[in-house]
Design a protein around this ligand. Structure first.
Ligand code: AMP
Length: 278
């Protein structure tokens, strides 16, 4: 596995791979890799000649009072995990090489970025779409792998790829969970053992919501009931709990065929997201 730090160098490597007709799979991450990330990496390795993983904690997708500074950065562990799982190139850019001091070009995916997580994280998806488009311009992947855990991000990136004519196919990968059902996340390391026990309830409650919805209960009633259960978790604070069309992220109505129920909940002040496809 080669570690590349320079954007021009990874771009050169990718151009050479494309010239040789090698398919490139790409897994963008913020590091602190866990089994969720590994599932994406494995899929890429199985579907492409070459797999590129990026580890980069992107400052412009964090709001001023968010966890940019304390986000975990166990880079040596990440290197080992990538090596072990068949990654060919690990891209580790720095803020200085990605963001010129006069940087001023941003990608905004309208409509989809101001809803759900975008309500309390107004700059988040602009930061994500901008960095992902920069990374796509460098890596030029045939396929890019995104977890359905960040469901809104997945839909936004698909929209962006279509709108901006990237050559990349976006592949959504299932949510990997701990045995307890808690969705794996680099941010789970912030949870105390007690908070983790409470956090497990989020998935359980979403599973029940899906059951109620699929048994014919009205979606508004399901969401109301689910909100009640989520707010009954000890030390919890709901950011949102919503039912949306899983393709368009428009609010789900009676006639919506494919529904995603998505939630962001703070447990002991740690913000966690999860969702379930119905
Ligand atoms: P992050 O490092 O949190 O930016 O995540 C990088 C990629 O891994 C994103 O596409 C995430 O959706 C995906 N991911 C994170 N956690 C999980 C999980 N538990 N299951 C599946 N994919 C995940």
């Amino acid at each position: 596995m080669k570690i590349i730090k320079n954007p021009l160098q990874i771009q050169k490597i990718s151009m050479e791979l494309i010239r040789k007709n090698k398919s490139i799979g790409f897994v963008p991450t913020m590091g602190a890799l866990h089994s969720g990330h590994v599932s994406l990496i494995k899929k890429s390795v199985s579907q492409n000649d070459i797999t590129v993983v990026s580890v980069y904690v992107n400052p412009i997708q964090f709001g001023p009072n968010e966890d940019y500074k304390r986000y975990p950065r166990p880079v040596n562990d990440d290197i080992e995990i990538c090596k072990k799982n068949g990654v060919d190139y690990l891209f580790l850019p720095s803020n200085e090489t990605l963001y010129d001091k006069d940087f001023s070009t941003y990608v905004t995916v309208d409509k989809l970025s101001g809803i759900m997580c975008g309500v309390t994280r107004p700059v988040h998806f602009r930061g994500v779409a901008t960095v992902v488009s920069k990374l796509f311009n460098m890596v030029m992947p045939d396929r890019a792998y995104f977890g359905l855990k960040d469901y809104q991000q997945y839909v936004i990136i698909k929209r962006m790829v279509k709108d901006l004519n990237f050559r990349t196919k976006v592949i959504g990968c299932p949510i990997i969970r701990e045995k307890s059902g808690l969705a794996m996340s680099s941010r789970n390391t912030y949870l105390s053992p007690e908070a983790k026990e409470q956090a497990v309830n989020i998935h359980k409650i979403l599973v029940n919501a899906k059951k109620s919805f699929n048994s014919g209960k009205n979606i508004d009633a399901v969401i109301k009931e689910t909100a009640k259960l989520l707010s009954a978790i000890e030390n919890s604070e709901i950011d949102y709990i919503e039912a949306r069309d899983s393709n368009t992220l428009q609010p789900a109505v009676k006639t919506t065929k494919n529904v995603v129920i998505a939630a962001a909940v703070k447990i002991s002040n740690i913000r966690l997201i999860d969702n379930i496809l119905c």
